[in-house]
Design a protein around this ligand. Structure first.
Ligand code: TXA
Ligand code: MG
Length: 345
């Protein structure tokens, strides 16, 4: 039962923000811009609206959603603060003050009024304050939080512009609010705050060092367990529709160099390989991304969608050399190539 047409709204038009707000108030689905990626928004307190999100995305029912709101006070009300020890509250305050609005998601015990549909039955809820003027304005007009998974069909790359959203969700959602390209380009860092520790469940552009500096304590990466701490991390993700996606080392790319593969590489890596191996064949396609991790992240999903213009080809992504600075980006590429990530199973 998909709608035939998805309305295209503009973030620069005040009346379009009202249209988006009204659709959300009527339990409809609107793809909204955020600084990380576009999110598929729905009333986070309405089981009916939440179930529509799962259906539109073809998302597995056991993968919980992040709730979004626009102030730290509202965010705190989504948690069961009676379960927060003073140290957990202090961890929350420090992280919220430093990184919100921004690309950080915080997981802690959920308040009773949050529907189990949002958390896929889990007792903990994930919460974020995004940093996008139009979306934050809409959040401020609503008296409920919004669930916002990335606005793509499940398994496909996350959208960083309205056109990406329409590629996989046109006709499946009521509207998309266009605000140009997302500035960060990959999804938020997800952390769980506990009385004993803070752990990273999904790496993002806010990194371990920044979290540790903010909290003045060490922050660990979540350990592999048979029950995933962050269920979404165990699913196939970010896969562009091409014949094959490979994450290539600096050795294994040599074999792909003379083929007609689409190659994604950083500017420096590409020119070093070209010096060593010569020009690539005429019918090959090269997508060059920045040597700077933040700019690479900003362009990554667009590069994956660009590769889909040659669906018959193989896509070879040259792993950026600096595995520390490119940690979050390499996590996404590894998943796109259906390799198991280093971090979570
Ligand atoms: O930047 C972002 O976080 C974007 C924008 C739109 O805000 N949203 C996003 O949502 O990436 P999604 O649904 O694509 O990814 C959410 C991740 C999933 O891996 C999910 O399993 C995990 O967060 N997650 C959500 N709630 C959780 C919970 N209660 N416990 C553990 N993991 C949770
Ligand atoms: Mg997603």
């Amino acid at each position: 039962m998909h709608q035939s047409k998805t309305i295209q709204l503009l973030a620069t038009r005040k009346q379009d923000l009202i249209v988006a707000k009204d659709i959300l108030a009527r339990e409809g689905l609107v793809a909204l811009p955020t600084e990380t990626v576009y999110g598929l928004a729905a009333n986070g307190l309405s089981p009916k609206a939440i179930l529509k999100v799962f259906a539109a995305k073809d998302r597995p029912a056991n993968n919980p959603l992040i709730l979004h709101t626009d102030t730290a006070e509202k965010a705190l009300q989504l948690f069961d603060v009676s379960q927060f020890s003073p140290i957990v509250l202090s961890r929350f305050d420090r992280l919220a003050q430093k990184f919100w609005p921004g690309p950080l998601t915080i997981i802690a015990p959920k308040n009773g009024h949050i529907p189990l549909e949002a958390t896929a039955g889990l007792s903990h809820v994930a919460v974020r304050i995004p940093n996008n003027d139009a979306t934050n304005k809409i959040l401020s007009m609503l008296d409920f939080p919004l669930v916002m998974p990335s606005a793509n069909l499940s398994t496909r790359p996350s959208p960083t512009c309205a056109m990406h959203v329409l590629k996989t969700l046109d006709g499946r959602i009521d509207a998309v609010l266009d605000d140009g390209p997302s500035l960060v380009g990959i999804e938020s860092t997800v952390v769980r705050i506990d009385k004993d520790f803070v752990e990273i469940l999904r790496p993002g552009m806010i990194d371990q060092e920044q979290l540790e500096a903010c909290l003045d304590e060490s922050v660990k990466f979540s350990q592999k367990t048979s029950t995933p701490q962050c269920p979404g991390q165990s699913f196939l993700h970010y896969s562009p529709k091409v014949s094959k996606v490979a994450l290539c080392s600096h050795q294994s790319i040599d074999k792909r160099w003379p083929t007609d593969d689409v190659i994604i590489a950083t500017k420096n890596d590409f020119s070093q390989k070209e010096t060593a191996l010569g020009m690539r064949p005429k019918d090959s396609i090269n997508i060059i991304l920045s040597d700077e991790p933040a700019l690479y992240a900003k362009g990554l999903y667009d590069a994956l969608y660009l590769a889909e213009n040659s669906p018959e080809k193989q896509l070879s992504i040259l792993e950026p050399k600096d595995s520390h600075r490119f940690l979050a980006v390499i996590d996404r590429i590894a998943r796109a190539s259906s390799l198991k990530s280093n971090f979570f199973s």
